[in-house]
Design a protein around this ligand. Structure first.
Ligand SMILES: [Zn+2]
Length: 296
């Protein structure tokens, strides 16, 4: 990596758009002018917001390139956003072309979890490992698979879409069109729904996690339930992919409790040879995707 390279990076998720200028040094990075904006409901507005932000950053900052991580299926080579279940983009939006034509900037675009994987690999705690699965659990569940140090994309770049692994046949409806997908049971929204179904009260996933950690029974029940679903998915991943380590990031695991419970449960039930799998929380935390987008 060249010294002190400055890039503009975006992390476009289902609920927020994070952005910032990232300065990369030899073994570290620093983020400047970090911003978090709500993701607009409508896809056109998302693109407009993105343009506004680029123009804003251009005014006061110098940067060489732009990298974007987005929650969805991406054609990395051509900069096309194929499908975004949690953002209202039209399928096959050529975001790269739109940005080039509107404001003349060239960008690189990649799936958000693949960005997260890249950042963890360069700056995180898994540098020394091979055969890794990455999971980001927030609005949905995204994943990435690295085999022998190479990102495994699959034939059509959808490998690692663990959020749509079915864990309950004929279960809850998912925006992907199927039923019973994992992310319908463990994402932030899923946890809020679980709480609502039990107590007929609305409560933010973040608060449920905090209150559960501080011992409030009602919240503990919800986190315990969600952790069992989390464990089911982890088990499936361990038994089918057999990674040395699974790195888990995203807002849902910000509090340690849910991942700790799930880890215990999953490792108890996986095939004997999978019981040594490490399940680690991402050290880069919320910044990981943004940093990875910058690394593109
Ligand atoms: Zn689905």
């Amino acid at each position: 990596m060249k010294n002190n390279k400055r890039v503009l990076a975006f992390d476009i998720g289902g609920t927020k758009i994070a952005s910032g200028i990232i300065e990369f040094k030899e073994d570290s990075y620093q983020i400047f002018d970090y911003q978090k904006n709500k993701t607009p409901r409508n896809g056109k507005e998302v693109i407009q917001k993105l343009m506004e932000l680029i123009v804003y950053y251009k005014k006061d900052n110098s940067f060489e390139k732009i990298g974007i991580g987005i929650a969805g299926q991406v054609d990395y080579k051509n900069g096309i956003v194929r499908h975004t279940p949690n953002i209202d983009f039209s399928d096959n939006t050529n975001l790269k072309k739109i940005i080039k034509e509107t404001i003349g900037e060239s960008v690189k675009i990649q799936n958000d979890v693949k960005c997260f994987a890249l950042a963890e690999n360069v700056f995180g705690r898994v540098k020394k490992y091979h055969n890794i699965v990455y999971l980001a659990i927030g609005t949905g569940i995204g994943g990435a698979i690295e085999i022998d140090d190479k990102l495994y994309r699959g034939e059509n770049n959808i490998a690692g879409e663990f959020g749509h692994m079915v864990i309950e046949s004929n279960g809850k409806k998912c925006p992907c069109g199927n039923r019973g997908c994992w992310e319908q049971y463990v994402s932030g929204q899923a946890i809020e729904k679980l709480y609502y179904d039990l107590y007929k009260q609305k409560k933010k996933a973040k608060e449920i996690a905090i209150d559960s950690a501080s011992g409030i029974k009602k919240d503990k029940k919800v986190i315990k339930q969600a952790s069992l679903y989390l464990a089911t998915g982890l088990m499936n991943i361990i038994n089918t992919i057999n990674p040395v380590v699974i790195v888990v990031g995203g807002s849902v695991v910000r509090q340690d409790e849910i991942l700790k419970l799930a880890k215990k449960e999953a490792l108890k039930k996986v095939l004997i040879s999978g019981r040594k799998t490490k399940i680690l929380k991402s050290r880069l935390g919320n910044e990981a995707t943004l940093v990875g987008a910058g690394l593109l």
